[in-house]
Design a binder for this molecule. Structure first.
Ligand code: AMP
Ligand code: GLY
Length: 416
């Protein structure tokens, strides 16, 4: 098969690695990919989404796998355009991808289908939003894609007012509404499922670490690490999540006429009143994909290709027992700003773990340097959480670059 994956980060590096290790001979392509991904998949250059679709037709691409979300809602939508071109796509149509692209759409969907979530109000003006501030902490969410920066958990009225003015008056994220939402408490959990029309397959649960510093301090980031294991949730809790959240979501998509083929990421909070949905994402998580993929066994390429054409063959893949821990090394200044061009040392010393490149590039001598944001994901698996964590940290420690930021409590915090 000729398979194209869209995206350029650590998640796509992990997905492409899993595809490359699938049985059978597949030719892999990445749009736009990265210098590191180029060792596994040919990079594709296209000036626009329609041009990419034309290229896919000419090249005879058999399967398109959506890594990141942006293209799903761009122009007429990646999946819609693939469908028109007769190319199976793993990733939902534009209409269904609103589940991620619009917080207000997702909240209305959740309410309509009786799926547990926090109470909310959608506000179009600053005055409305200020009037909706009831108790603190309170959660404010920009209703659109904002590169992970559109959500503020505000401890005080002052913080909330500042964010409201930035979003609804200064328009720092552009036009769009603001969702004001009750603050939930409890550990967070990411649950991934493959959705194929009226069928679903629950994959592996994971937990990510969004804050930049240890003890969950500092601003939110794209994710500073992740833990994956079947042991993260009990069978009983997973059954509750399936009955109260996953199955009603799939039914809701069907009822609303939103055909969905692709990964669906349920961002949950395990509150004292039971699991509630914080968000949906129409793709795999990043860095959760980096933690989950090393545990995957079987024929991932065959599984995705079948699912993209409406056949969910759950027996084609399974997940190993044990634990997988992903530790991110991020660039100087991240997330407020981020520096590029710092030479990365020690990559050749790393052994016995997976290294996925999130934001690197090769310099003129072929050496990898930082390319902003999150830089590298080092992932170790082990029979126990401690074994995986010790290995991930021991190998991560061999890597260095100027201004490197790395949390020291991935796989410890929220478990001990
Ligand atoms: P989101 O982009 O919706 O996933 O939100 C980003 C992060 O904000 C989540 O991972 C949570 O840590 C936090 N968050 C979002 N919604 C809530 C809520 N209703 N209560 C508490 N924290 C929340
Ligand atoms: N791990 C958070 C995300 O992928 O959105």
């Amino acid at each position: 098969m000729k398979i194209l994956v869209t995206g350029r980060g650590g998640r796509e590096h992990a997905l492409i690695t899993a595809l490359s290790e699938s049985p059978g001979s597949h030719e892999l392509f990445a749009y736009p990919g990265s210098d590191a991904i180029a060792s596994l998949a040919k990079r594709v250059d296209a000036p626009s989404l329609p041009a990419l679709i034309e290229w896919m037709k000419t090249e005879g691409i058999d399967l398109c796998v959506a890594g990141e979300e942006a293209l799903l809602v761009k122009d007429d939508g990646l999946a819609n355009l693939c469908e028109q071109a007769g190319i199976p796509c793993w990733g939902p149509r534009k209409e269904a991808a609103q589940m991620e692209a619009s917080k207000a759409f997702a909240k209305a969907f959740l309410k309509r289908h009786g799926i547990p979530t926090a109470d909310y109000t959608v506000c179009t003006t600053a005055a409305e939003a200020l009037a909706a501030l009831s108790s603190f902490p309170i959660v404010l969410k920009f209703d659109g894609l904002a590169a992970g920066k559109g959500v503020a958990v505000c401890a005080t009225r002052e913080e909330a007012e500042t964010f409201i003015r930035e979003v609804l008056e200064q328009r720092i994220f552009g036009p769009g509404n603001l969702v004001v939402e009750t603050c939930l408490t409890g550990p967070e959990l990411s649950v991934f499922a493959s959705i194929c029309d009226n069928k679903y397959h629950i994959l592996m649960p994971a937990r990510d670490y969004k804050r930049i510093h240890d003890r969950d301090e500092g601003p939110n980031t794209g994710g500073m690490g992740a833990v994956a294991s079947r042991e993260i949730v009990t069978a009983e809790l997973l059954a509750q999540i399936e009955t109260e959240i996953i199955a009603p979501t799939v039914q809701g998509l069907l009822k609303d006429g939103l055909r969905y083929r692709g990964f669906l990421y349920f961002g949950l909070m395990l509150t004292p009143d039971g699991p509630k949905v914080i968000e949906y994402n129409c793709r795999f998580g990043d860095p959760e994909a980096e933690a989950v993929m090393p545990l995957l066994r079987g024929d991932f390429a065959g599984y995705v290709a079948a699912a993209a054409t409406g056949k969910l063959e759950t027996n084609l893949i399974h997940f190993a027992q044990g634990w997988s821990i992903c530790v991110i090394s991020a660039s100087a200044g991240y997330p407020a700003s981020s520096r590029s061009g710092d030479l990365i040392h020690g990559l050749e010393l790393v052994d016995g773990v997976r290294v996925y490149h999130c934001g690197t590039r090769q310099n003129s001598t072929g050496k990898f340097e930082t390319n902003g944001g999150r830089v590298l994901a080092v992932v170790a698996t082990g029979a126990s959480r401690a074994e995986a964590r010790d290995k991930a940290y021991a190998e991560s420690a061999k890597i260095s670059f100027e201004g490197l930021q790395r949390r020291s409590d991935i796989g410890r915090m929220h478990f001990e």
